[in-house]
Design a protein around this ligand. Structure first.
Ligand SMILES: Nc1ncnc2c1ncn2[C@@H]1O[C@H](COP(=O)(O)OP(=O)(O)OP(=O)(O)O)[C@@H](O)[C@H]1O
Ligand SMILES: O=P(O)(O)OC[C@H]1O[C@H](OP(=O)(O)OP(=O)(O)O)[C@H](O)[C@@H]1O
Ligand SMILES: [Mg+2]
Length: 339
């Protein structure tokens, strides 16, 4: 694989399509896709990457078979499709979007069925009548596992590719096992979840073909992507605030800022950064720029704190990345490659 590019499969449309493009743009890896009918694209910032657009439901298989080295898809797809042979590694589990849950849902009219235990009882009743429970789903493996774990066996799984919520009304299934996010589709189709019927929480994740990562280039690119994702997610928790403060010296500013309570919360991760502002006037007191990086929830307290030392021209900007001394996700990937 050394000569060919590193192939990154991305969702071509649907619930993950645009959000995946937004993620990559936000971490400096903007995808250049001339139009949305082209299924091959590039990331100008990393010419070694070739982007391939596929349906999210197909991306796990493409990475597993090696026709893509990396891929972004839903964790539900990974959990449903993964044969557990170690070919595919989940490099980053929580991309932060495409949040949904695979659940069992039954018609509202089944008023006595409110839990998985009730469902088990129903299947026993139906068994005596020679009638299996028909469940329509795209998630056969996940659904089977949950039901077998609850000793529920009198069921058949019905295939469908979408709009599953219509099935009980149309009569080709009795209930469904599908993803829900806001719950609107279930409600609008007179379906309800059952307690104990939550199969899997899911969000978008980055997966990789283990063998492909034996290539130094592919591994280096994957680690760069992980670093960018991780630092960008860390940065979202913080905000950077800068104010101009007039004082006799830097030390005086530092003392002013660090003399008050809530020190660690309001003066930043490592304390305030202070630099001299070169103004054209001269006088006994000079201006100093003070910068603190604080957690989002401490923004206004930090602004008040800076005002208390007569800070002016207080500007706030979101850090784009916050890199730690090393990348946790990068280290986890290397561990997984060794196991
Ligand atoms: N309503 C939703 N809210 C959040 N994430 C969702 C939602 N529906 C699906 N997803 C996530 O997006 C992934 C892709 O679903 P999507 O509906 O975009 O394509 P699909 O259902 O696989 O195929 P199709 O293109 O036929 O809809 C799912 O595997 C799941 O992880
Ligand atoms: O809980 P909600 O916010 O209503 O979202 C859940 C719905 O979203 C997806 O439908 P999609 O639009 O992908 O259609 P599909 O069923 O054909 O995949 C999923 O299949 C559910 O039907
Ligand atoms: Mg869908």
């Amino acid at each position: 694989m050394s000569d060919r590019k590193v192939r990154l499969a991305l969702p071509s449309k649907g619930a993950l399509g645009k959000l995946t493009m937004d993620l990559l743009a936000n971490i400096g890896l903007k995808v250049n896709r001339p139009n949305d009918r082209q299924y091959v694209a590039t990331i100008p910032a990393v010419p070694e990457i070739e982007v391939l657009f596929q349906r999210a439901a197909d991306i796990f298989v493409k990475v597993h078979e090696g026709s893509a080295d990396l891929g972004v898809t839903g964790y539900d797809v990974v959990s449903e499709e993964d044969p557990g042979d170690g070919t595919v590694i989940t490099a980053y589990e929580t991309l932060g979007y495409g949040k949904c849950e695979v659940v069992l849902a039954v018609p509202n009219s089944w008023i006595d069925v409110t839990s998985i235990e009730d469902l088990a009882e129903l299947t026993l009743l139906w068994k005596a009548q020679g009638k299996p429970l028909r469940i329509v789903t795209k998630y056969k493996n996940l659904t089977k596992k949950l039901l077998f774990d609850r000793n529920i066996t009198n069921f058949v799984l019905v295939d469908a590719n979408g709009a599953l919520e219509a099935a009980p009304n149309m009569g080709y299934a009795d209930m469904i096992s599908d993803v829900t996010s806001t719950g609107t589709t279930l409600r609008e189709n007179n379906l309800k979840q059952v307690a104990g019927g939550n199969i899997l929480k899911s969000q978008a994740c980055l997966i990789a073909n283990r063998k492909a990562l034996q290539s130094d280039t592919a591994l280096a690119i994957t680690q760069q992507i992980l670093e960018r994702i991780e630092a960008n997610q860390e940065a979202k928790k913080y905000t950077s605030i800068t104010a101009n403060v007039r004082a006799g010296s830097m030390d005086e500013v530092g003392a002013l800022l660090t003399s008050r309570e809530q020190l660690d919360q309001l003066t930043g991760q490592r304390g305030p950064t202070i630099s001299k502002v070169y103004t054209n006037g001269s006088g006994s007191n000079d201006w100093y720029a003070v910068t603190v990086v604080v957690q989002q929830e401490h923004l206004f307290q930090a602004v008040q704190h800076l005002r208390q030392v007569e800070g002016q021209d207080i500007t706030v900007s979101p850090p784009r990345y916050i890199f730690g001394p090393s990348s946790k996700s990068g280290e986890t990937l290397l561990q997984r490659l060794k196991s």
